[in-house]
Design a protein around this ligand. Structure first.
Ligand code: ZN
Length: 231
C-alpha cells in the first residue's frame, strides 16, 4: 500500500515537472521567434576602396571615401533599429589581393562571394554618381531589371530619399541589366547613388556629416518600410 502511494506521488510530481518544462519551452521559442524577426541580416556594400577611387568629382573628391562614410552611418542606424549588419568593407581598401592581376574583377567577385556566404535578406550598395553636366544632381536608386523584389526595395528607398532629402528635381528608380553586382547577386540588391559628385552644391553636402546622416537615415527608413511590407 505504501509503495502504491509513493508511485502515485512520484507520477504526480513528474506530471507537474513536465507541464512546467513544456510551458518554459513554449516561452523560449516565443522569444527567439520575436527576436529573429528583428535580427534579419542586412548587407551594406560601400562601393570601391583602396586603389579604386570610384568617380572623381569636383575638387578631386573621391567617391570611395563618401561611400564609406555614409555606409558606416547606415550600419549604425540599422543596428540601432535591431538589424544585424554585415559590411563588405570597413576600411579604405578593396577586397582584392595586392598581387591580383585584375584587381577590379577580383574585388567584385569577392563581394559577391561574401554576400553568398552571409545570405542577407537584402543588400544595399552605396555609391555616388557623376555626369558631364554639373547641374545634374539628386539621389537615384538602381535595381536589377527583372527583379520584382529589387524594384520594390528600390522604390521604398527612393521614396524615403525624395521625402527626406528634398532634392530639387526628385528622381525615379531605374532598372539596369549591366552592373556586375546587380547581375550577379542571387539575393535582393539595390545600388543607391546618393548624389552627384560633379554637382558642386551636392558634392559639398555629401561631405557634411549631418547630410550623410540624413542620407543614411532615409536609406534605413526605406529598407524598413520595404521589410515591413513583406510581412
Ligand atoms: Zn561607384
Amino acid at each position: 500500500m505504501k509503495k502504491y502511494v509513493m508511485e502515485l506521488v512520484m507520477s504526480g510530481l513528474l506530471l507537474v515537472c513536465f507541464l512546467l518544462l513544456s510551458r518554459q519551452a513554449a516561452q523560449v521559442s516565443g522569444n527567439t521567434k520575436s527576436q529573429g524577426n528583428n535580427r534579419e541580416v542586412i548587407a551594406v556594400d560601400p562601393g570601391h576602396g583602396g586603389g579604386d577611387p570610384g568617380m572623381i568629382g569636383v575638387d578631386n573628391l573621391k567617391e570611395k571615401g563618401i561611400n564609406l562614410e555614409i555606409a558606416r552611418k547606415l550600419e549604425r542606424v540599422l543596428t540601432e533599429k535591431g538589424y544585424r549588419v554585415v559590411m563588405t568593407r570597413k576600411e579604405d581598401q578593396g577586397l582584392y589581393d595586392p598581387s591580383a592581376l585584375n584587381k577590379k574583377a577580383q574585388d567584385m567577385q569577392r563581394r559577391i562571394a561574401l554576400l553568398e556566404e552571409v545570405s542577407p535578406v537584402l543588400t544595399v550598395s552605396i555609391h555616388q554618381n557623376s555626369y558631364s553636366d554639373p547641374s545634374v544632381r539628386g539621389p537615384q536608386v538602381f535595381y536589377y531589371e527583372s527583379s520584382q523584389e529589387g524594384k520594390k526595395l528600390a522604390q521604398a528607398v527612393q521614396e524615403e530619399m525624395n521625402q527626406k532629402l528634398l532634392p530639387q528635381r526628385p528622381r525615379q528608380i531605374k532598372g539596369n541589366t549591366s552592373y556586375y553586382l546587380l547581375k550577379r547577386s542571387k539575393g535582393t540588391l539595390v545600388i543607391v547613388e546618393c548624389g552627384f559628385l560633379t554637382n558642386p552644391e551636392e558634392a559639398e553636402l555629401l561631405q557634411k556629416e549631418e547630410y550623410q546622416q540624413k542620407v543614411a537615415g532615409a536609406v534605413a527608413d526605406g529598407i524598413e518600410s520595404y521589410l515591413n511590407s513583406r510581412k
